[in-house]
Design a binder for this molecule. Structure first.
Ligand code: SF4
Ligand code: SF4
Length: 108
């Protein structure tokens, strides 16, 4: 599922440069994530990079936009056709939050 920025955002802007997919932009009232560009950082990080740096923890999973690890990896490949990504079975806890033991235990 894509990640969503809630209205608790304080517009600090630190998340924007951290997104590997440039999915984050300054919105009208607070920062926003373009769902079509958000891969939950699959292919790049084992956690959502935006949430990792957010001082108020307001980058949360969008339950209405659930996607599988495979779908997110395919999305990353489409966004970055010039890059080489690991195969689905080769994603690790450093390149996919689906392989992160903490997230697995949380029932991802
Ligand atoms: S979860 Fe990752 S890909 Fe999605 S908006 Fe945040 S930093 Fe970008
Ligand atoms: S890091 Fe958090 S508070 Fe700062 S702009 Fe991004 S979502 Fe908003």
């Amino acid at each position: 599922m894509a990640t969503l920025i809630t209205d608790e955002c304080i517009n600090c802007g630190v998340c924007e440069p951290e997104c590997p997919n440039t999915a984050i932009t300054e919105g009208e009232d607070f920062y926003e994530i373009e769902a079509d560009l958000c891969t939950e950082c699959v292919g790049f990080h084992g956690e959502e990079a935006c949430q990792e740096v957010c001082p108020v923890d307001c980058c949360i999973p969008d339950e209405d936009k659930r996607e599988t690890e495979e779908e997110l990896l395919e999305k990353a490949k489409k966004i970055h056709p010039e890059e080489t990504f690991p195969a689905l079975a080769e994603l690790t806890n450093e390149t996919s939050l689906f392989q992160n033991p903490d997230r697995k235990n949380a029932g991802l």
